[in-house]
Design a protein around this ligand. Structure first.
Ligand SMILES: Cc1cc2nc3c(=O)[nH]c(=O)nc-3n(C[C@H](O)[C@H](O)[C@H](O)COP(=O)(O)OP(=O)(O)OC[C@H]3O[C@@H](n4cnc5c(N)ncnc54)[C@H](O)[C@@H]3O)c2cc1C
Length: 309
């Protein structure tokens, strides 16, 4: 019930300014974000890798409105990938990229700019021996993002896709992408979407997730099961067994700061567990989506505001 107004607030500049300047915000943001700078990202990646987890790093930012900001984002990814190479972390850490942060919505030739920029990031990843996954944003970007994915994969077949189970189209997209060598992250979906394109009921989204899992686990690609939902994680494990998949032929993924005990349990039983780790100063949109996913997070946030006065 609270999801829609929070996601609407995520797009409001007034709310953004208010939330960013509230005193208790930082402590709560730190639960979900490594920190503002590259050194924070590297430090937390080290900690996660030492505990047996893999990492995918996200340099925060989205909906970039000018070319220089898009270029700065690419520079940040190049610096990040260089640092992962130098510290020996590239074996265990890859990067996740939002195409809207590298120019997808720029007027004129946004898609071409995003493709060229994503290509630069792929070159930097290849240089240090790691991979890139293209995050999926709202449904108006799905075709464009999958088109750019196809172009990138011609040169970098290891580029990962993200599909969102709440979209009605996703079962078919899973079929199209469940081929040899294809890395596909399946998540429920984090944006506010209309009924015409997305299931609105939680049960329907979960059932769609299971149908998509069946396709991905039974296919020849590399499924990345991105969920904190205990029921879906158990079903994914069962479907992997049914498909005769060995540990290492698929992975689980969770967001930094969410269900860390479950993350540790998955590592302990010998399955691959990758943590999505965001860093950077542009945390607002990401943070608001995390609040929207769980009303308890919002209550915690409001209580912290009230006590700080
Ligand atoms: C690695 C990864 C990458 C993702 N990439 C994308 C992407 O590219 N595009 C996209 O649209 N979405 C992405 N998402 C977000 C995803 O779509 C969901 O919004 C999010 O994962 C919550 O769904 P869930 O499967 O965990 O199930 P839910 O039913 O939402 O949650 C299941 C349980 O997990 C815990 N939980 C879930 N969310 C939170 C939270 N915010 N705070 C505290 N506890 C929580 C609670 O215990 C909850 O009961 C990604 C998620 C992950 C894990």
């Amino acid at each position: 019930m609270l999801r829609s107004p929070i996601l609407a607030a995520a797009r409001s500049p007034r709310t953004r300014s208010l939330v960013e300047h509230l005193p208790p915000t930082r402590a709560i943001v730190d639960r979900f974000v490594a920190g503002d700078v590259l050194a924070d990202a590297i430090r937390v990646t080290h900690e996660l890798v030492e505990s047996g987890r893999k990492v995918t790093l996200d340099h925060l930012g989205e909906d970039t409105a000018d070319r220089s900001q898009a270029d700065a984002t690419v520079d940040a990814y190049e610096a990040l990938l260089g640092a992962l190479g130098e510290t020996g972390l590239a074996r265990s850490a890859e990067v996740s990229v939002k195409l809207s942060a590298v120019g997808q919505f720029l007027p004129g030739d946004g898609e071409r700019i995003a493709l060229d920029n994503a290509r630069r990031i792929c070159v930097a990843a290849a240089r240090v021996g790691t991979t890139v996954t293209l995050d999926m944003e709202d449904h108006t970007t799905t075709d464009s993002t999958l088109g750019i994915l196809r172009e990138l994969r011609a040169d970098f077949p290891w580029v990962g896709a993200v599909l969102q189970a709440y979209l009605r189209r996703t079962e078919q997209d899973c079929r199209d992408l469940a081929h040899e060598g294809s890395r596909v992250r399946l998540c429920k979906g984090a944006y506010q979407e209309p009924e015409s394109v997305a299931f609105q009921d939680k049960g329907e989204v979960d059932r769609s997730y299971v149908r998509c899992l069946r396709i991905l686990m039974g296919g020849a690609g590399y499924p990345m099961v991105a969920s904190h939902d205990p029921r879906l994680i158990a079903i994914a494990r069962h479907l992997a067994d049914l498909a005769g998949r060995a540990p290492g032929s698929f992975e689980f993924q969770m967001l930094y700061g969410i269900r860390p005990e479950e993350q540790a349990r998955i590592v302990e039983r010998g399955d691959l567990m990758r943590i999505y780790l965001p860093y950077g100063a542009e945390w607002y949109g990401y943070f608001m989506r995390r609040l929207a996913e769980r009303p308890a997070n919002l209550t915690f946030f409001l209580r912290a505001m009230a006590t700080k006065g």
